[in-house]
Every structure is written in C-alpha cells, then in structure tokens.
Unconditional design. Structure first.
Length: 505
C-alpha cells in the first residue's frame, strides 16, 4: 500500500497541497480526481521523486520513504506516466524507453539490437505499429503518449502512476490500455489514475480520492457514487453543464477545401491525406473525428500552411482561391490554429501571460515602429483575461505557472487577438478539467454565433457530438462521412471511423 500522511507543498509562497492524507490500494485502480489546480499532479510528482521538498510522510509497503530524485523512486518500484510527455525528441523510441536503464553487452557498450527487440515487444503489446528505431520527433502526440506508457510498463514497477494517460489517444488505443491495466490489477499492482474523463473513470477505476484546492476532501468506492455526486464533491458546487445547443450556421461558404492531398515525407508513392474535400460555412462548428492515424492533425496543419512542399489541392476562403504556403499566409487570410500540444507548439512557457497573448499581433502594438506600446499591450491582455476568465493574479505571471485549463485559454486568446474568420482547434480540451471544458464549449459556441467558422478536432466522441453542427469522420487519411449534427450518434460515427464505407458525402 502507498500512503500519504499530512503532505503539504508550497511554490513561491503559494500552497499547492495542504495536509493531504490518502491511501492507494494494491490490485486497484485508484482514481485521483479534482479540477485543474487541485494538486493532483503535484502529489504524484512527490510520490515519484520529482518534488523532493515537502512536509509530511510517504509510506510505501509499511516503510517511510523520502526520495531524493526520480531514480530512487524508480528503484523503489514507482513509475509515472506524465501528462506532459517526458521524452527526448531526437532519440529513438527504443532509446527513450530504456533511457537511464540501457542494456549493455559484455564490453559495456550499449546493445541497440537487444533494446530494439525488447522495445518492439512492448510496442506490440500496445498494438503500436512503429519501428523502435524511429525518432520521437517523427511521431504524433498520440503515438508519443503510447511510447510514454510503454516506458513505464518496461520498469515492472509495483506502483504505476498514470497522469492523463488517454489525453491524446483514440478510443481504440484506450481499450488496449484498459486491457493492460486490468492485467496489472491481477498482478497486484497499485495504479494511481488521474483523468478528467468521467466516463472512463467509471469504466476502469475501483476507488476514488478527491482533491479540492490542495486538500483531500473525500474518498470511496466508484460503484457507490454517481457522476453528478462526483462532480459536486470535486467542485464543491453543482455544475450546470448542458449539452450545447446547435449554432445557427448560414449558407455562406467560408472555407472550401478541394482535393487536398498530402504526400508522406519519407515513404515514396504514399499519401497521408487522400483527396480531402469539404466546406465550412459561416457560423458553423465542424467537428472532425477519427482514430489515431486518421490524418486529422495533418489536415489542420495543411490548411494552416505547414506542409507546402508535400501538400496539393485547392483552398478557397469566401470563394476566392488562396495560396497558403506558410502560417503567415494563413494568418493574413484570416485563419488561426490552436495546436494539439499547447506546451510544445502553443506557448512560450517561461514568458509572461502578457507576452504570450500579444505574440501574434506585435505589429499592431508597435510604437513608432521601434518598441511596443505598453498601454495597448496591457489593454489587449486585460481584455482577454477578463473575456476568457483566465485565473491569474497578474498578466506578468509566467505561462507555466498556470493550470492546464488556463494555459489553454491563453493559447485561445493569442489567436483570437488576430480576429480570425476561421478558427482551427486541434484537441482544444486535452488535459483540462470538466469545469474548464464547459467554459471552452461555451466560448466556442459564442464565437460561432458571432459568425466565426470553427473546425474542431477531438478524440472525445461525446465532445464532438455535443458541440458540432456537422461531424466529418476520417479513416486513414480519407473522409468517410459528413453527418449533420442532429443525425450523428456514437455508433454511427464509430462505424465510419473504424473502416471505410461507401457513403455519399
């Protein structure tokens, strides 16, 4: 058993955890539940040796432990799958899995052959069809997430901490992960599981522990609590979240994509995208759903001008052909992209909230062409902090100091500052809590009602169904269906996402 007793932790005078006490049971999936900023990830980082300065006591298998670093935690049998991927981009998949635990031959040299063979077995276990020699930088976020999971499984730890392990993977990969978790339970492992997806918690978790504002407030068995009760315990209030009503999209064509193709950068005569055609109307939310490898992110990137050498086809905005060869061309055309990975591609984490929000409109904030107009920059930042309800004590705070939900709002603010006609959202609610999700849903609907055209990619099918006027389904780089929102069902969408069907688009 893993026990925390009266754990407290502060960052620069701000209390992240206050006298937290909880137990994690072996052979169980212990769900650690709370809003962004509740202290879940901080506690898990204490368990795994990331944070070493704290008050209180950690007891593992009846013995008090205090880890000086992550290696000591790993040696004690604690492995963590981080929400923010902890991988080296220009090393191979196998090198990442064995990092710090490399296999060597009798001469003390790294045995890459052995590492590749063992890595391949782990990848097969997760049904991940990639080669162990592949560089991490060449993988999409969802694939990297699966490698992170493989890395943790390789340690054969007794305690496995999973911090949002399904945030970037599709339903099919989730099912595979859950099968592995059930096997780990049978082996008596302690599973600490953090997720904001209530549906999957009720599928896989046995127990729950709730943190609120850095304090442990309740724990119990999942079978004895309802989703509404869990939300109330988590937030301290009833959350009035209703399924979003449909926006009133009109018949004005805002974006047309015709016969868009994307060549594979490495494989000759192979395409990632095949003859993609669709229309986005003014005031419409077009949801895009597909399993990992369907080409959703690549489609968004092509529209935003990120693959000019390998992409072909026609893009029209308001009926006029557009040559979009760079992101700057896309921005000038009125297109903005909120990327899948906010920390890697959306934010400069060590810069202030103000600097991040103003980054896309620096020319509009210039004074005499020599410096920024501080007054304009402050007014712009204050406007979006208030409009998007970004929780911060100052716009001078660094972006990395905010919770995931508030970081995502900064990325949204940065692109809304460009006054786009077309907003591309790639997994806009990844890794944020249910309350922050409701706020972002509300914002998306209000932007559509103001006439903005929105394309939203999400791996969460209920989310797609909740906000979309139409749902476009993709399978292996092709569009397999475009379904009116009122006709879209989970079963129907999944049917088109799992295999190609001959359907009228």
């Amino acid at each position: 058993m893993l026990i925390a007793k009266n754990i407290s932790k502060k960052f620069s005078g701000v209390t992240a955890l206050s006298n937290v006490t909880l137990e994690l049971h072996p052979g169980k999936v212990n769900a650690i539940i709370g809003e962004n900023g509740a202290g879940k990830s901080t506690l898990m980082k204490i368990f795994s040796g990331v944070h070493t300065q704290y008050e209180g006591e950690i007891i593992l298998n009846g013995r008090t432990v205090h880890f000086a670093n992550t290696r000591e935690a790993e040696e004690a049998g604690i492995a963590i799958i981080h929400q923010e991927l902890n991988l080296v981009p220009y090393m191979s998949v196998a090198e990442n899995i064995f990092l710090g635990r490399e296999i060597t031959n009798r001469f003390g040299m790294v045995d890459n052959t052995q590492m590749n063979e063992q890595a391949k077995k782990l990848l097969n276990l997760l049904h991940l069809d990639i080669e162990p020699e592949t560089k991490m930088a060449a993988l999409k976020v969802g694939q990297q997430q699966m490698v992170e999971i493989a890395k943790a499984l390789h340690t054969n730890a007794g305690v496995i901490i999973m911090d949002e392990p399904t945030s970037a993977i599709s339903d099919k990969e989730v099912d595979q992960l859950f099968a592995i978790i059930r096997k780990l339970k049978e082996e008596g492992k302690i599973i600490a599981y953090i997720s904001h997806k209530l549906k999957e918690l009720f599928t896989i978790a046995d127990r729950y522990v709730i943190l609120r504002d850095g304090v442990s407030v309740d724990e119990g068995n999942m079978e004895e609590v309802s989703p509404d009760e869990l939300i109330h315990k988590m937030t301290g209030r009833k959350l009035n979240f209703e399924k979003a009503g449909k926006s009133k999209a009109n018949s004005e064509e805002l974006l047309q994509v015709n016969q868009l193709n994307l060549k594979h950068p490495l494989l000759r005569f192979s395409n990632i995208l095949h003859n993609i055609s669709f229309t986005l109307y003014k005031g419409e939310i077009l949801g895009i759903y597909g399993l990992m490898g369907a080409g959703r992110t690549e489609l968004m990137e092509c529209i935003f001008g990120l693959h000019p050498k390998n992409a072909s086809g026609e893009i029209r905005v308001k009926g006029k052909p557009c040559s979009i060869k760079t992101p700057a061309d896309a921005i000038a055309t009125g297109i903005a992209l909120v990327p899948e990975d906010r920390k890697l591609h959306g934010l400069i984490l060590n810069q202030s909230i103000r600097n991040n929000i103003s980054l896309t409109v620096l020319r509009q904030l210039e004074k005499w062409g020599l410096m920024l107009n501080a007054g304009k920059e402050m007014a712009l930042t204050d406007n979006y902090i208030n409009r998007l309800a970004i929780k911060t004590t100052s716009d001078r705070n660094k972006a990395r100091s905010l919770s995931g939900g508030n970081q995502q709002k900064i990325v949204l603010a940065k692109w809304l500052a460009t006054n786009p006609q077309i907003l591309l959202l790639d997994e806009p609610t990844r890794g944020i809590d249910i309350n922050a999700k409701a706020e972002i849903y509300k914002l998306i609907k209000s932007l559509a009602n103001e006439g903005m055209g929105i394309i939203m990619v999400s791996s969460e099918l209920p989310e797609i169904l909740a906000v979309s006027d139409r749902v476009m389904v993709m399978w292996e780089g092709e569009v397999t269906a475009i379904i009116p929102g009122e006709d879209a069902t989970e079963a129907g969408v999944l049917t088109h996402a799992i295999h190609k069907n001959e359907v009228a688009l």
